[in-house]
Design a protein around this ligand. Sequence first.
Ligand SMILES: O=c1ccn([C@H]2C[C@H](O)[C@@H](COP(=O)(O)OP(=O)(O)OP(=O)(O)O)O2)c(=O)[nH]1
Length: 147
Amino acid sequence: MKHTEKIQIKYFSDKIERLRYIDGKSDWIDLRAAEDVVLKAGEYKLIPLGIAMKLPKGYEAHVVPRSSTFKNFGVIQTNHYGVIDESYCGDNDQWFVPVMAMRDTEIHVNDRICQFRIMEHQPVIEFEETDQLDGTDRGGFGSTGKA
Ligand SMILES: O=c1ccn([C@H]2C[C@H](O)[C@@H](COP(=O)(O)OP(=O)(O)OP(=O)(O)O)O2)c(=O)[nH]1
């Protein structure tokens, strides 16, 4: 059985619903736009998500689009994969999602536009330079993708 982590959360708006799991379908948690947004095709906007959190020690959070985000809103997340650092934990550290509109679009406050989960940090990495790697050579990029 998975253990539970408590996360301190601050809401910047009363217009968004409080975060929750949706129907037990996934352990990713949807995030909501904290304001109405109107964009023309090609425009960029940092959309406030109306929350800040103090993540558990040793964790970071990852923010990605929902599968339906492009179909519903016509926007692409410009950083593709948002990383919320453990140090982004203060009173003003509101989460945002950067988007670009591919068509004229409107996003309304409380719309579920992206999702997040928390992940443990990776181990500390030390790089050891060498002229020859001792792994088996696959032949380089794209070498198996011909047939
Ligand atoms: O999609 C995102 C990505 C980042 N952040 C916040 C949390 C993160 O901890 C902080 C900095 O992010 P990152 O280090 O990826 O951005 P940067 O461009 O390197 O900026 P900085 O100089 O603030 O580190 O911005 C978000 O709210 N949404």
